[in-house]
Write a protein that binds this ligand. Structure first.
Ligand code: PGA
Length: 250
């Protein structure tokens, strides 16, 4: 019922020249035009226009990694959702743990971003996840609950909402959550969604896993009932490794 979704989170990586090489690689492996799985690529802001034109007339969608909740005004260095829309962006990653950690984004900031994103009819990919210390202290569920509830409190419906469960200790470390650790949290997220949006709403929301997802572990993760795809960093940077994942999911 829920179509799997794989999003490439390029973070602050790649150059202008790399874009064409990547898209050519995806084309050669047959993933530019297919409809088995939804795919999006989220490059850095300066590359959105070029990536958008390379992806024109393909089934791969354009993503961005952040935006401000205001539409316009005196917010030096910020970018609004309506600006992203002008460049054909469809998915926006929000509240990534790196933004929470290095840029001090609070749950309330992330909630305001998600609300503005969805008001602009863009898909909000809201990231949540516990640190290693929080997991060790058995606070995983309470952290996830706090982060998810802050966002859904602001939303009248869950249309256009995607959640990404990304345990902070699994991001970029090569240590993925186990299938059962991930499924347990995904199930809990869906239960939280159902409290506000009822079963019908919660059944429609895609919950992605992120944190050292790669070609070797993606299939087992995605086979779980409540895991509907992935938010992929390292393994999404080269067309070869990203295509390898897509092949294993297909
Ligand atoms: P990773 O990053 O796949 O390199 O662990 C995932 C993410 O931060 O979204």
């Amino acid at each position: 019922m829920r179509k799997n979704l794989l999003i490439a989170n390029w973070k602050m990586n790649k150059s202008y020249e790399d874009l064409g090489v990547f898209v050519k690689g995806l084309d050669e492996s047959g993933f530019l035009k297919q409809n088995k799985i939804d795919i999006a690529i989220a490059p850095s802001f300066p590359f959105l226009e070029k990536m958008g034109s390379l992806l024109k007339n393909t089934s791969v969608r354009l993503g961005a990694q952040n935006a401000h909740w205001e539409t316009k005004g005196a917010f030096t260095g910020e970018v609004s959702f309506s600006m992203l829309k002008e460049f054909g962006v469809e998915y926006v990653i929000l509240g990534h743990s790196e933004r929470r950690q290095y840029f001090k984004e609070s749950d309330q900031d992330v909630a305001k971003k998600a609300k503005a994103c969805i008001e602009n009819k863009l898909k909000a990919v809201v990231c949540v996840g516990e640190s290693l210390e929080e997991r060790k202290n058995k606070q995983t569920i309470s952290v996830i609950e706090r982060q998810v509830n802050a966002v859904i409190a602001e939303l009248p419906s869950c249309e256009h909402l995607v959640i990404a469960y990304e345990p902070v200790w699994a991001i970029g470390t090569g240590i993925s959550a186990t299938v059962s650790q991930a499924q347990e949290v995904h199930f809990w997220i869906r239960t939280l969604l159902a409290k506000k949006f009822y079963k019908e709403g919660s059944d429609s929301v895609r919950i992605l896993y992120g944190g050292s997802m790669n070609a070797a572990n993606c299939k087992d993760l995605i086979q779980e009932e409540d895991i509907d795809g992935g938010l992929v960093g390292g393994a999404s940077l080269e067309a070869k490794s990203f295509s390898e994942m897509l092949k294993n999911l297909g």
